[in-house]
Design a protein around this ligand. Structure first.
Ligand code: SF4
Ligand code: SF4
Ligand code: FES
Length: 280
């Protein structure tokens, strides 16, 4: 089903040497993707208002003094964008070096590929570089918070808070270098307002938030996405009819996600749809 949208005027934008046509209101990132350009993103979420936290998506806009974050800057008619200029590539390289030196990016999709592509050397700050290393928080049977992998993109906070769930179980604690994602008073999730919808897990770009099943299987070395199949079906618990994507390995459901392009749920689920698959 394709939901009807109000008609939008189309504008022409020049991406590198190619002119693409995108609807008014589209971002530079949308235009780059329409032109087939692979601009890296980390904090951008396709179901969330851009936060501009990571700046790995920067591009050069002709006439602009500073580099523009492609994920949030709106495309304008006649805009000329350079996606791979020396300055943009250097900026992305430094972002990847800073993140790579302080955060465990081992489960961030494509991080290793981008690190190689941009020639980033996270080790160049030396062995004493500050890191966010800490033990993973395993305090419930459904999902794990491993903040050694957290890039402070705030997606989980937005998903849990005013953008989707309105539960406000997790937020930012501390300021500046001491900023972390936390529950109130750093309590275990079981003592927090969390309702275990897992919508934070759905949007986390690094694997800092993960299903307990995935966390355990990674620890024992059995997690293997190449052996997993994905089947999208309809949740059987209530009449809303949310879409569930079941990730199955060795004939067992290992995690549940939800399609972001669903016009009703936009990737969000409740605890039953997300974690209540034991009966299957
Ligand atoms: S599972 Fe839901 S309620 Fe709990 S922290 Fe995540 S988004 Fe918030
Ligand atoms: S836990 Fe994940 S979603 Fe939340 S701020 Fe950290 S990296 Fe972003
Ligand atoms: S992806 Fe654009 S600022 Fe993070």
């Amino acid at each position: 089903m394709i939901p009807l949208q109000p008609p939008r005027r189309l504008i022409d934008v020049q991406i590198d040497d190619e002119t693409v046509r995108v609807p008014e209101g589209a971002t530079i990132l949308d235009a780059c993707r329409a032109a087939g350009k692979d601009v890296p993103t980390l904090c951008h979420g396709d179901t969330l208002t851009p936060k501009n936290a990571c700046r790995v998506c920067v591009v050069e806009v002709e006439g602009a003094r500073t580099l523009a974050p492609a994920c949030s800057r709106k495309a304008e008619a006649g805009m000329k964008v350079g996606t791979g200029s020396e300055r943009a590539r250097h900026s992305r390289k430094v972002v990847l070096e800073l993140l790579g030196s302080s955060v465990d990016l081992s489960t961030t999709p494509r991080a290793a590929e981008w690190t190689a592509e941009y020639g980033a050397d996270p080790a160049r700050f030396g062995a004493d570089a500050a890191t966010v290393e800490q033990p993973a928080k395993v305090d419930n049977d459904l999902y794990v918070r491993d903040y050694s992998k957290c890039i402070l993109c705030y997606k989980c906070v937005d998903a849990c808070g005013e953008q989707w769930q309105n539960t406000f179980a997790i937020g930012v604690a501390g300021r500046g270098f001491d900023g972390t994602i936390s529950t109130e008073f750093d309590a275990p999730l079981t003592d927090s307002a969390c309702v275990y919808c897992g919508n934070c897990v759905e949007v986390c770009p690094t694997g800092a938030l993960s299903f307990k099943t995935e966390f355990d299987m990674r620890a024992e070395g059995t997690w293997d996405e190449s052996r997993q199949s994905e089947t999208t079906t309809v949740c059987s618990y209530c009449g809303v009819g949310c879409n569930l994507t079941l990730h199955v390995q060795d004939n067992k459901i290992v995690k549940v996600t939800s399609p972001h392009d669903n016009p009703v749920t936009k990737g969000n689920l409740c605890v039953k749809g997300r974690f209540g698959y034991g009966y299957v």
